[in-house]
Design a protein. Structure first.
Length: 79
């Protein structure tokens, strides 16, 4: 499903608290580049700010996990 080097809009569930202090669950999304795929584990790379000596941040998401909702490929024209 995922292609290394391609960008995806990744949607996950997050938990938090509302203004009344009650627990809530909401969707969060971010566009990331895929760095590696190993089964259901996908490594997403943080933004590239063109700093050659600074490593990019990495986030590993288990796409079979409860908090993963979906990922949609971002086409070059949508960047």
């Amino acid at each position: 499903m995922f292609e290394v080097g391609k960008n995806y809009n990744v949607v996950t569930l997050e938990t938090g608290h509302d203004d009344d202090g009650k627990s809530i669950t909401y969707e969060s999304s971010i566009v990331c580049e895929v760095g590696a795929v190993d089964g259901t584990l996908v490594k997403f790379l943080g933004p590239d700010y063109s700093k050659p000596n600074k490593p990019r941040g990495e986030t590993i998401i288990n796409t079979a996990g409860l908090f993963f909702v979906r990922a949609e490929k971002v086409h070059d024209s949508e960047k």
